[in-house]
Design a binder for this molecule. Structure first.
Ligand code: FE2
Length: 335
């Protein structure tokens, strides 16, 4: 290739300074183009507004969790679901939380330890809503999927409560009792008026798996309702990410790796791939610690193996985790 090639890089670099470009732009003003005013505080303002949005979402998740505990009590005592209250008060909060500026912040929110049973339902609603958005599902259907996520475990109001808080692993008999929450939930929701049928079916099918290894009926992929396929991914992600009475919370990357390993047939492939890719994309720009102790920033994720990121270390060296399979991300660092 000739050095005098007209496309050589040197000729493409503009010799103009920023000031000279600003001057050109000022002279360029016409009806179609008005130069935006220069606002040195713009970035600060964006960060501030994102922070206040995240705080607002955090307050909403707290409030929705409290309301969910009241709803669980109501269902337990009255054997009916206050669906109007849920639609008017909780669903809008869920919908708002799916607008979170960076999904990773949601992960912090979801990891809170207390009141697992109630918080879990809220968080599954939010994650199911996010997955639906990423899949390009219409707003109307998305609301139904959020509601399905919110109420997927409502049948737990009907199982012996000590089993939900047991500090040791469940034995076979106890596990059989817990499994029945799917049937109880379906029964409760099926007889609730003004409820889309996918919401009741999700309560019944959210533990079914595409490869037929789930419960209660060991259905195969084509028999499982699409809402239940989305809620299944949200449910497992949040359950693994949370501290439970019998085990600590699993770090984010371990959860993603575990879910990816189980992808071979257990979850709906499209739902799982979209979920994992979007969750990992939310970490671009975040600081992470690697298994060799190094700290770096995630700069890119591989489209084929999203967990194999490109990391820029503190000494500016670039590490490709796809080529260095012995290295993994241990955890995301707080800033
Ligand atoms: Fe469940």
């Amino acid at each position: 290739m000739s050095h005098n090639n007209e496309f050589s890089l040197e000729k493409k670099i503009t010799p103009l300074t920023h000031e000279e470009i600003d001057q050109l732009l000022l002279n360029y003003q016409d009806e179609d183009y008005v130069m935006p005013p220069f606002e040195p505080n713009l970035v600060d303002n964006i960060i501030r507004s994102e922070t206040s949005k995240i705080e607002e979402i955090s307050r909403n998740v707290e409030e929705a969790t409290l309301q969910m505990s009241e709803i669980f009590k109501f269902v337990k005592n009255r054997d009916e679901i206050p669906i109007a209250e849920i639609k008017e008060e909780i669903v809008p909060m869920i919908e708002m939380a799916t607008d979170i500026p960076h999904v990773f912040h949601l992960f912090d929110e979801l990891q809170q330890k207390d009141e697992y049973t109630f918080r879990h339902n809220i968080c599954v609603g939010v994650i199911a809503g996010l997955i639906s958005k990423w899949l390009g599902i219409s707003e109307e259907i998305r609301r139904e999927i959020e509601l399905a996520g919110l109420l997927h475990d409502i049948g737990k109001t009907k199982v012996p409560q000590y089993l939900l808080h047991k500090k040791t692993p469940l034995n076979d008999v106890e596990f059989q009792q817990i499994k029945k929450h799917t049937l109880y939930g379906y029964g409760l929701l099926r007889r609730t008026k003004h409820l889309p049928e996918g919401v009741a079916i999700t309560a019944l099918q959210h533990h079914e798996r595409v490869d037929g290894c789930g419960y209660p009926f060991r259905l195969n992929g084509s028999q499982i309702h699409p809402y239940a396929k989305i809620v299944a991914v949200a449910d497992v992600f949040h359950a693994l990410s949370s501290e439970r009475a019998y085990r600590p919370a699993m770090p984010f990357y371990q959860v993603i790796m575990k879910m990816q390993d189980e992808a071979s047939g257990r979850f709906d492939t499209e739902v799982l791939i979209v979920f994992i890719t979007k969750m990992l994309d939310s970490l671009i720009g975040k600081k992470v610690k690697l298994t060799d102790g190094n700290v770096g920033t995630v700069i890119l994720n591989s489209p084929y193996h999203p967990i194999c990121s490109l990391i820029k270390l503190e000494d500016n060296q670039i590490v490709d985790l796809q080529k260095n399979r012995h290295l993994q991300i241990v955890r995301v660092l707080r800033e």
